[in-house]
Each structure stands twice: as C-alpha cells, then as structure tokens.
Design a protein around this ligand. Structure first.
Ligand code: ADP
Length: 297
C-alpha cells in the first residue's frame, strides 16, 4: 500500500488556513501524525477519508485518485473519528453487525463470522451482549476500531484515539493497532500525544500551523535533538531567568534550588549538562526551534 499526498492545501470558507502545501508519502505499517491542537491533523484526516475536498493538491492511494476514484477508495478505508458515538440501546455485537451491514457485507453468515472475529481481535467477545454505550472508555474505543476494521480495510485512519483513556487502556489500544499494522495495511494515527507515537510508529510526520514541519522516523527526529536537551541545577534567582529565556520541559525543586530540563542550542554559563533526548524532548526542540524563541533574547 502507498499513499501519496502532493501540494495539499485546505482553506475553509471563513478564510482559516488549515493545511498549506503538504507533501507526504506513507507506506505500509503504522504512521504517526503528530501536532498541537489546530495544526491541521483532523482536516487532513477528513480529506483522506473523502469527507472533505482539499482546496488544492492531489492524493493518490495505491495509484487511485482520491478525487476521481472516490468509490473504490472508500472500499479500502476504515475510519475511527475523534468523536465516535454509539447508537443507544444496541448491544456490542448488534452494533458491529450494523457496522458490517453499512460496510456492505450482505450475507448474514459472513456478517456473523466477521463480527465474532472482530470481537475476538479487539478483546470484546466476553462483552458482546453488553449495551455498547455502557462500555468503559477503553472498551468503546476498541469497539470503535472494530467497526473501522470490519470490512478488512487496507487503509485505517484513527483520529486522536487515546484521548481520555487511562494509561493501561492507552497501552492496550496501542498494542492492538500495532498487531494490526503487521498486515499489508497502512494505519494512520493522528494524535497530539507524543507518547502515542514513540513506541509504535516506524515513520511519522509533524504538522504545525498547517505546514509539514518534519517527516521521517521517530528515531531520526530524536537524533536531531542530541546535544540540545539540558539538565540544569539552578538557584531560585536563575530559575526565574531560565523560565523566561528557554523552553522548559520540567522543573523539580531540590534542596539547593531547582533541577530543570530544557531545550536550547546552548546554556551560556548555567550549571548543567546535555542529556539523552527522548521523542518528547525532540518534539519540543523541533517546534521551539522553528519558532526560534530562545535565541531572540
Ligand atoms: P487539529 O486536528 O490538528 O487540531 P484541525 O484540522 O481541526 O487541527 O484545525 C486546523 C485549523 O483549521 C484550525 O485553525 C481550525 O480552527 C481550523 N478549522 C478546522 N475546522 C474548521 C471549519 N470547519 N471551519 C473553519 N475553520 C476550521
């Protein structure tokens, strides 16, 4: 599978510019789309699932044109939107059966098989008779992904799936996606949570204010922040100054003052040393260095 996005832009009728000249190639496996709120992630997702047309640019999926071949493309897609809701009163398996009907699986036997298989795959078989809207937050998300997968899509698009989940459920959901991504499919995971990306995605993109700020592997992004993340022991007086000057990642009080983690090209005379960056550090470094805030002072 391959998705090619070329010169994609979106301007809403009210003049909001959500995407600007985005170029991206996405191949098999799990792809992370990371960016702060308002970066343009949902706009890009909505374009990819054919719910909205771009203002400019072209998208192809396995050679099919998003504009001209909408019907065929829709058959390849599975989508879990951010604000996914269940119809009241339906039991878990009834809901999936309904989703299977919508996906065009006409034979009752094939539908029943698909529903059972999906319930097993997402770990909801035991909960099949429970009312869907009474499931826990994590179970609802898993049922959401089950409905997106019911017709064996080749491209699966998941928008902010772990928002509101506790850490255990978040890990479980991530592991579920990464199991699916071993097949011949593309999974696009859109999120503002850095931790959702690091452990599961072999490639990723960073969107900022509608523009593509980075695309590549999470490891290469981290590599760019080597030597740029610092641990500083600061006095109370320095603490104020540092907070004004640098993008600070964390502050921990110590007996002598503060232990501060920050990102910067250099720390001009403060008492500290560079530490190994992780993806969260790299994300902050990347976003901040583009804004060029700390060199201004
Ligand atoms: P994200 O998903 O990264 O939070 P969005 O794609 O939702 O970003 O939003 C990108 C930009 O487009 C924001 O400035 C947002 O206010 C604007 N936007 C999103 N949807 C609409 C809309 N329907 N009409 C006008 N502006 C919109």
């Amino acid at each position: 599978m391959k998705i090619t996005i070329d010169q994609l832009s979106k301007i809403y009728p009210n003049g909001n510019r959500a995407l600007h000249d985005v170029h991206l190639e996405i191949e098999n496996g799990m792809f992370g789309l990371l960016g702060p709120n308002g970066a343009g992630k949902s706009s890009l997702m909505r374009i990819l699932v054919t719910l909205m047309k771009p203002s400019h640019g072209k998208v192809t999926m396995n050679g099919l044109d998003l504009e001209k071949d909408r019907k065929e493309i829709r058959k390849m897609l599975g989508y879990l939107p951010q604000d996914f809701r269940f119809f009241s009163k339906l039991k878990t398996y009834e809901f999936l059966d309904y989703a299977a009907r919508l996906a065009g699986i006409k034979s009752g036997k094939r539908r029943a098989d698909a529903v059972d298989r999906m319930l097993e795959e997402v770990g909801l078989f035991e909960a099949r008779d429970r009312q869907a809207n009474r499931l826990s937050g994590g179970m609802k998300r898993r049922l959401g992904i089950a409905q997106a997968l019911i017709n064996e899509p080749k491209i699966i698009i998941v928008d902010e799936p772990t928002t509101g989940l506790d850490p255990e459920e978040r890990i479980r959901f991530r592991n579920l996606l990464s199991t699916i991504s071993t097949k011949d499919v593309i999974i696009i995971l859109s999120t503002h949570i850095v931790g959702d990306i690091s452990s599961t995605c072999k490639s990723m993109a960073l969107l900022n204010q509608g523009e593509l700020a980075y695309s590549g592997s999470p490891d290469d992004l981290v590599e760019q922040a080597v030597g740029k993340v610092w641990l500083i022991n600061a006095s109370e007086r320095e603490y104020q100054e540092i907070n004004e000057k640098y993008p600070v990642i964390s502050n921990v009080p110590t007996s002598e003052g503060w232990e501060i983690q920050l990102v910067a090209d250099e720390i001009n005379g403060y008492n500290g040393h560079a530490i190994d960056p992780n993806l969260e550090h790299a994300y902050v470094y990347f976003m901040e260095s583009r804004l060029n805030q700390w060199t201004a002072g």
